[in-house]
Structure formats: C-alpha cells, structure tokens
Write a protein that binds this ligand. Structure first.
Ligand code: ADP
Ligand code: CDP
Length: 220
C-alpha cells in the first residue's frame, strides 16, 4: 500500500539500535529525505577537536557555536546533506562524513552533546528543514519535533548492538559493548522515548523485517 507522508516521522533510539539503517529504508520507501541529527553532533565534535576546543568549561558551548558561526560567516558552513543513500556532512566543499564514525568521536561526542548551546544549534538546523522528512536521533520525537505525525523508538540489548557495531569499528566486541553502555549512560538525559512513540526491539528481526514493521504502522 502506498503511504503518503506530508509531515514528519521521527525515529529515535540508543546507539547502534538501527536508527540510520531503518531511517534510510523507511525514507526511501516513503520517497522523503531523512535527517541524521547524530551526524551534526559528530561533526560539531570533530570541529571542536580539530580546533583544540574542550567541552568541560563553562564557556565551552559558546566557544563551539561561535566556531560554527564563524565557519558559516566565512562561507564554509557545516551542512547536512540528507542524501537517500546516507546523510553526508560537508564543511564548505569538504566532505567530512568518513571522519565522523570513529571510536574517537564516539568517545567524545556525548560530552559535546550535553552543551545546551550545541543542542540549540543542532535543533535550529533541523527545524529549518521543510517537511516532509524523517528525522532520526535521540530526542527527535520527544523534544525537537513533538508535533511529528509518527514516532518510533528503537532499542536492542547492548550485546546485540555491540555485535552489529563491532563490524564497523577497529575494536574487539568487549570494548565496543563497554563503549556503547558508557555512551548510553552519558546520553540518558536526551534519550528517553517520547511517550507516544511506538517502541520496537530491533533484536527481534532482520533489518528488512524491522523496516516492514515500521511501514506497517505508517500504513495502518
Ligand atoms: N534489525 C537489524 N538486524 C541486523 N543488523 C542490523 C539491524 N538494524 C541495523 N543493523 C546493522 O547494525 C549496524 C548499526 O545500525 P545503525 O543503523 O548504524 O544504528 P544507529 O544509527 O542506531 O547507530 C549497521 O551495520 C546496520 O546495518
Ligand atoms: N538527537 C541526538 C542525536 C545524537 N546525539 C548525540 O550524538 C551522539 C552520536 O549520535 P549517533 O546517532 O550518530 O550515534 P549512533 O547512535 O549512530 O552510534 C550520541 O551518542 C549523542 O551523544 C544527541 O545527543 N541527540
């Protein structure tokens, strides 16, 4: 059955729960773009690390958003490109995407993501986009787009998530699982599911099966 979305769909969830893969599959089926909020946090973290900024001082948030603002004024803004084949982040004409899914960024991003100024910057970037679109992250349905037509929250056990993520990192399974658990704790404040989100255990099926489950909710 053809599903037509005119508004916003949100897919939130913990690290490596399957958000980006499910978002990509569902957005492609709906023929709408999907926005990866996490990539904006990862890019801002990368920008800070590249410029010697830390996240543990009172002015950290202002310094980071001032840096991002100076890039924009200088004509080299951080830009999210919501391509169907996978979101990309560019700084001017440099594609940063491959630099962002690393254990180093994983280890630092949560410290950046708690900075209110950075959350405000990311949320403004996302809220400037014209619907229809799908937005994935931690707090899309709970905070950034509470008005979303459909909300989903993905989860799976740390072990299941680690077995998936280990294929994408140069680390052993135990290290990956420990890092995911630590990031879950650090992200807890912004990761609570929206009360009206449909919760899906992605450990219960293959990626196509989970995508079909989401599509089933959208077409009912
Ligand atoms: N239901 C699933 N079954 C098996 N593998 C999955 C499933 N969902 C996602 N994956 C795989 O797990 C890894 C992490 O998924 P990803 O979408 O990047 O998660 P997130 O965006 O939540 O961090 C990817 O390699 C993806 O292909
Ligand atoms: N809406 C969001 C999305 C990501 N984040 C932060 O950004 C980090 C990276 O998000 P991500 O979605 O790229 O991470 P994965 O779940 O893909 O591993 C998370 O660990 C959070 O610290 C957030 O705080 N709020």
């Amino acid at each position: 059955m053809i599903v037509k979305i005119n508004g916003i769909v949100t897919i939130d969830g913990v690290a490596a729960s399957g958000k980006s893969s499910v978002a990509s599959g569902v957005a492609r089926a709906l023929e709408i773009p999907y926005l990866s909020s996490g990539l904006l946090y990862r890019a801002a973290t990368w920008a800070a690390l590249e410029n010697g900024l830390t996240f543990d001082t009172p002015e950290a948030g202002r310094s980071l958003t001032a840096l991002l603002g100076s890039w924009k004024e200088g004509g080299q803004p951080l830009t999210l490109r919501p391509l169907a084949g996978g979101n990309q982040i560019w700084q001017g004409d440099h594609d940063l995407t491959e630099l962002l899914h690393t254990a180093q960024i994983d280890a630092q991003v949560s410290a950046a993501a708690v900075l209110p100024e950075l959350r405000g910057w990311v949320n403004a970037e996302l809220q400037a986009v014209t619907p229809p679109f799908l937005a994935e992250g931690r707090d899309m349905g709970s905070t950034v787009f509470p008005q979303a037509e459909y909300k989903f929250y993905l989860y799976a056990t740390p072990r299941v998530r680690a077995e998936r993520r280990v294929l994408e990192r140069q680390q052993d399974l135990e290290s990956v699982e420990a890092a995911l658990k630590l990031r879950d704790e650090r992200d807890a404040r912004q990761s609570a599911p929206a009360p009206d989100a449909v919760r899906i255990d992605t450990g219960g099926g293959t990626l196509p099966e989970i995508i079909a489950q989401v599509m089933g909710h959208l077409s009912s």
